[in-house]
Design a binder for this molecule. Structure first.
Ligand code: SF4
Length: 223
C-alpha cells in the first residue's frame, strides 16, 4: 500500500448514504462524502455548515469507513461539499476509490480546474448565475473539458439567471447534459412554472430538474 494513503489527510464534514437528489442520477442510492470548506459564498447556499464543521481524516481511514459501512465496490460514491477541489489531495482519494472499483461522481462549484481529474469519473459542475453573487468566480475554460457523461448545472432563481445561463450555453456549447435547477430554498416548486414554460418557448435543449430531497424531506441535513 502506498504510504500517502496513511499520511495524506482531507477535511471531511460528513459521510452518509442517501438517494441522489439532483441531476441526471437522481434517485440513485449513493455513498456521500461531504468535504469541508468552500471558497465561495453563494447567497442561497444550503450547506453552509460544511464550511466550518469538519475534521481531518487520513485517506486510508476514509476508505476503511466506506467498507465498514458495507458499501460494496461497483456502487456510486458522490464526492461533494463544500468544495472538494479546494483541497489539493482530493485527487489522491479519487484515484484510490477508482482503483477499488467504485463509480465516482464529484460535485464541484466550477471555480477550480478540473483537467487533472481521472477521466473515468463523472463530473457534475456548476456555473454560478448572478443570483448566487459568485458568477465572477466561474472558471469558464473548464466547460470544454467536460465529457459527454458529465453534467453542467445552473441553479436558476430569476429571469436574469436564465438569460445568463442561456448565453453561457450558446457561447461555450458544452458537450454534456445541461441542467437548469430551480433554486427551491424557501420557494414553492410551483413558483418555477415560468422556467419550464420559458425553456419550452425557447426550445432549449436542457433538462429542468428539481431537487427531489428538498421536496420530500425539506431543507434538512441527511445525517
Ligand atoms: S459553492 Fe456550494 S458549498 Fe460553496 S457557497 Fe456555493 S452552494 Fe455553498
Amino acid at each position: 500500500m502506498q504510504s500517502f494513503i496513511k499520511e495524506k489527510r482531507l477535511n471531511i464534514c460528513e459521510f452518509f448514504i442517501s438517494h441522489q437528489g439532483e441531476g441526471r442520477l437522481i434517485g440513485e442510492l449513493m455513498y456521500f462524502i461531504r468535504f469541508g470548506g468552500c471558497n465561495l459564498s453563494c447567497s442561497w447556499c444550503d450547506t453552509n455548515y460544511a464550511k466550518h464543521d469538519f475534521k481531518e481524516i487520513v485517506i486510508f481511514d476514509i476508505i476503511k469507513k466506506i467498507k465498514e459501512d458495507g458499501w460494496d465496490k461497483g456502487r456510486w460514491i458522490c464526492i461533494t461539499g463544500g468544495e472538494p477541489l479546494m483541497q489539493k489531495d482530493t485527487g489522491f482519494l479519487i484515484e484510490e476509490l477508482v482503483k477499488e472499483g467504485y463509480k465516482i461522481i464529484i460535485e464541484t462549484n466550477g471555480s477550480y480546474p478540473i483537467e487533472s481529474l481521472n477521466k473515468k469519473i463523472m463530473i457534475s459542475m456548476d456555473i454560478k448565475c448572478p443570483s448566487s453573487g459568485e458568477e465572477k468566480k466561474n472558471l469558464l475554460s473548464n466547460i470544454s473539458l467536460l465529457k459527454e457523461k458529465d453534467q453542467l448545472k445552473f441553479v436558476i432563481d430569476s429571469e436574469e439567471d436564465y438569460i445568463y445561463a442561456v448565453d453561457i450555453i450558446k457561447k461555450y456549447k458544452p458537450r454534456c447534459l445541461c441542467i437548469f435547477q430551480p433554486q427551491l430554498g424557501n420557494n414553492n416548486p410551483k413558483d418555477f412554472k415560468w422556467l419550464f414554460d420559458r425553456c419550452k418557448k425557447d426550445l432549449l435543449d436542457v433538462r429542468v430538474i428539481l431537487q427531489q430531497h428538498k421536496i420530500v424531506f425539506g431543507d434538512v441535513r441527511c445525517v
